[in-house]
Design a protein around this ligand. Sequence first.
Ligand SMILES: Nc1ncnc2c1ncn2[C@@H]1O[C@H](COP(=O)(O)OP(=O)(O)OP(=O)(O)O)[C@@H](O)[C@H]1O
Ligand SMILES: [Mg+2]
Length: 457
Amino acid sequence: MTFNSLKSVKSKIFITYGVLLIITVLFSNAVFYYFAKEYIYKNTVNALKSISRDVIWDDIKGKNLKDNFSFSIHKYEFSIRNVFIQAQYNGKIVLKSKNLIGLELPIQKLSKKNSISHLKIHKISKYNIIMYSTKIPWDENYTVQIATTTKTENYHLGKIINMFLFGDPIFILFVLLIIYKMLQDVLRPMNIMVKTAKEITITDLNKRIPYYDNGDEFAELAKTLNNMFSKLQSSYKQIKQFSQDASHQLKTPLTSIRLQAGVTLKKDRDINEYKNVLKSIKNEITYLQNMINDLFLLAQMDNDTIKDNFENIRLDIVLMNVIGEFIVIANKKGVTLDIKDIDNTVILGDSTQISVLCSNLIDNAIKYTEKGKRVSIELKNYMMTIEDEGVGIEEKNINAVFDRFFRADSNDSKIVKGYGLGLSMVKIIANIHKADINIQSEIKVGTKITVKFPKPI
Ligand SMILES: Nc1ncnc2c1ncn2[C@@H]1O[C@H](COP(=O)(O)OP(=O)(O)OP(=O)(O)O)[C@@H](O)[C@H]1O
Ligand SMILES: [Mg+2]
């Protein structure tokens, strides 16, 4: 099993930390051991130095070592144990302490100028020794060597190694345990995210990832994912709504087209009959096409994407452009368009959507107003007013007119063509722009619709 094949991030981080920890501990052990050894050996060498200067030199001063002078080591109380003393005269051993019987210290060649050498570890017989050699200042033919076994040093260094052997595993285990606990705490939000994300399906997008908003990466990730789920949910709702609406609304005209074609094809007919049927089918198809376009427009009205295109727009210019498109239609129908005050008005919004809003309101006003009557349009104080002298809306239907596919059947509006989608688009666009819509209407008197836009800050 390789490191990359590990399935859990926790294991990967844990193993990485574990390996780093062990390397750090071993390295610091090695550094500590090196300096401890240096320190211990240096102390021993210093002790040997002071023995040579303060004791041995004083003792042999004035004595002729060549006369086989010997002295018992035991008369000295040294600060360290197992001290071996040896002196040479021009490379020939002339003095040995009694504890060196049968053994001799390795002879060292010392240069004349630099007459000391130390911290050399030699092996004599089965002992490791530390030895300090020095020339006697008053007679450079003599070299005095003081040595001691490394028993005490080894004892201390052994203690340090024991401390490592017992202390390291406990320390490493303890730190690993803390790292494991910390990883568990740190990665808990991720586990919750995975669990929640697994529970979310396209048909059940209601769930959201719970998170504690402390501003860390996990909180950001949870927020981003929740945002994405909300968008998915609203897109899914739109698609569902669209397919429901489309399948419901397309059924009737499609059946009508099929039936017309079927009946016509039953027997041979004259050319005019065919022409009439084709004309009727063409009208149905145009009707279907327009409805599908409107349904698409409705489905695409996603708050967030529209808001991304928000900018300061001249509402009066958008409105005048829309009015321009309706002048011919109104004239043809014999409805007078009365353009009242149109103030220069800047609002924050999407001009395409606003023009859809204006054209649907003006279209309705002209559509549901009889010949010879008037439609007046005004824009004042961020309030757009479209007033007609048309058929009016029954009070019980005032709120329903904003529902999809709602068309009042009690008034003359049924003879006017429409899909019942215009005002639902108007409502959505007004909501996105935070505008308030108000309808006042009286049957056979007329309808007044106002849209109050917020002032841009
Ligand atoms: N100015 C108005 N005067 C009288 N009735 C109206 C007016 N505006 C809307 N209505 C009523 O509200 C209903 C819904 O209007 P809406 O604009 O949503 O659909 P539509 O005009 O029938 O079709 P379309 O989708 O082509 O706009 C209309 O069918 C009509 O009965
Ligand atoms: Mg309409």
